[in-house]
Design a protein around this ligand. Structure first.
Ligand code: NAI
Length: 428
């Protein structure tokens, strides 16, 4: 198979300088990634991925790049492209492409056609393993290159939306190889989704707008893992947090945390800042824009740019303009201006100054990715087609590496305690 979309270096001017800058970003991140450093030592020595070809569609920035190099240093050939048109750092993409076992096709700001052409080019490497963030690669493999499926051992999926899509595909009987739901492990979800999304979304919104959260009404759409993080960090910055939810237990949880819970129809009138984290579409639509305050900020931290309905907003607007880098103002007929950040794409990765999650949490998420890929190579034939949890002992392995790196010691169960916990005979 051949594909025509070329690697990143053919799209960029001043490639050498870009590579150097990308490498600098990667080096900085790696200093704060003890899990990847630890795994890099063992992967380089033991070459567990020798002979494998890994196709990846991820946010191509410095932390991801260190995962990609770890996989290549572990013996794999890796081809990578972005999983969002705006989250690629071209300099990092160029630095990655300089590695002899890595080809990077990721370029920032591609249109839909080039986004999928780059995925085709990655798949043209004939992968034995896929690593996705959002499931776009697996979808293309199944729909357009089914002849490759027999030689694919399995895949790993990074995010909630990707795992939801995979489960839907599996329920339809369409998923034809095993995929690890990396997102669902404690070491990923409890840190990356909660703290990572919370911290990086708020930091990016603050830096993009130069505005404060203190004293503002911040509406958080969805109180799942990401929403909890966003709500907690916004509250920590002295905002009044309003939560909208469709799931009654999560709405109750938010209420018991002390947040105001109300339908979006009401929240729309009160909010100064809106941050959607639902993974669902049309969370903020025409009827909400119609009642919003002048100057409201609208940002999305969910995977796809469908949570804030931009088509509705464009229809209502009499004028649109770039108010700041990464802020598009929509002026309505009555003079109110509503401001959408990062085109409604996930704000913490797609805004012009966005850096994504803090390095430490991505060290954990990508540690799970690395041991997940290793597990597929070592024991892939034990997993049937479908979505699988990452084995718990691998999640623990990564937690132990992190604790050791932090110098944190913890207790272990005695034999008596283990026996007690595993028995049903003990009572009062
Ligand atoms: P989750 O499933 O834990 O939470 C989503 C919540 O939204 C659920 O409680 C659900 O009931 C609620 N919800 C669904 N439709 C709604 C609606 N119309 N109105 C109000 N609430 C609604 O998922 P999680 O892990 O929090 O992920 C959310 C999204 O964020 C996904 O798209 C995921 O892929 C993405 N994500 C983004 C990251 C980032 O870096 N920005 C990092 C990790 C995940």
């Amino acid at each position: 198979m051949s594909a025509s979309y070329p690697p990143v270096t053919e799209h960029l001017a001043g490639v050498d300088a870009k590579r150097e800058e990308g490498r600098r970003k990667m080096d900085w991140a790696l200093q704060h990634m003890p899990i990847l450093q630890h795994l890099r030592e063992s992967f380089t020595a033991e070459q567990p991925l020798a002979g494998q070809t890994i196709a990846m569609a991820m946010h191509v920035e410095a932390k991801t790049a260190n995962l990609v190099e770890l996989l290549a240093d572990g013996g794999a050939e890796v081809a990578i492209t972005g999983c969002n048109p705006l989250s690629t750092h071209d300099d990092v993409s160029a630095a990655l492409d300089a590695h002899e076992n890595i080809t990077s096709y990721a370029v920032r700001g591609v249109d839909d056609e080039d986004y999928y052409a780059a995925i085709d080019s990655v798949i043209a490497h004939d992968p034995t393993i896929t690593v996705d963030d959002g499931m776009d690669m697996i979808k293309v493999v199944h729909e357009e290159y089914p002849e490759l499926i027999d030689s694919i051992i399995g895949g790993c999926e990074e995010t909630t939306t990707g795992v939801h899509r995979l489960r839907a595909m599996d329920a339809d009987g369409e998923l034809e190889y095993p995929v690890f739901a990396v997102n669902d492990t404690p070491m990923k979800r409890l840190f990356d989704n909660v703290h990572g999304t919370g911290e990086s979304s708020l930091a990016t919104i603050a830096m993009t707008t130069n505005l404060s959260f203190a004293g503002k009404d911040v509406v958080v759409g969805g109180y799942g893992y990401c929403g909890k993080g966003v709500a907690k960090k916004a509250s920590g910055q002295n905002a009044n947090v309003i939560v909208t939810e469709v799931e009654p237990r999560r709405a109750l949880e938010a209420h018991m945390e002390g947040y105001d819970v109300m339908p979006m129809d009401e929240a729309a009138k009160q909010g100064d800042v809106f941050i959607t984290t639902t993974g669902n579409r049309d969370v903020i639509t025409k009827e909400h824009f119609e009642v919003m305050k002048d100057g409201a900020l609208l940002a999305n931290a969910g995977h796809f740019d469908v949570e804030i309905n931009k088509e509705d907003l464009s229809e209502l607007a009499v004028k649109e303009f770039e108010a700041r880098d990464g802020v598009r103002a929509y002026e309505l007929a009555d003079g109110r201006k509503l401001n959408v950040l990062a085109e409604g794409r996930l704000v913490n990765l797609a805004a012009p100054i966005a850096l994504g999650h803090p390095v430490e949490v991505m060290d954990q998420s990508f540690g799970i990715q690395a041991v997940g890929v290793r597990e597929l190579v070592e024991n892939g034939d034990e997993y049937a087609a479908g979505v699988h949890d990452v084995p718990d002992d691998l999640d623990r392995e990564v937690a132990e590496i992190k604790l050791a790196a932090e110098g944190v010691e913890h207790d272990t169960l005695t034999e008596d305690q283990r026996e007690y916990l595993e028995s049903w005979q003990h009572g009062t």
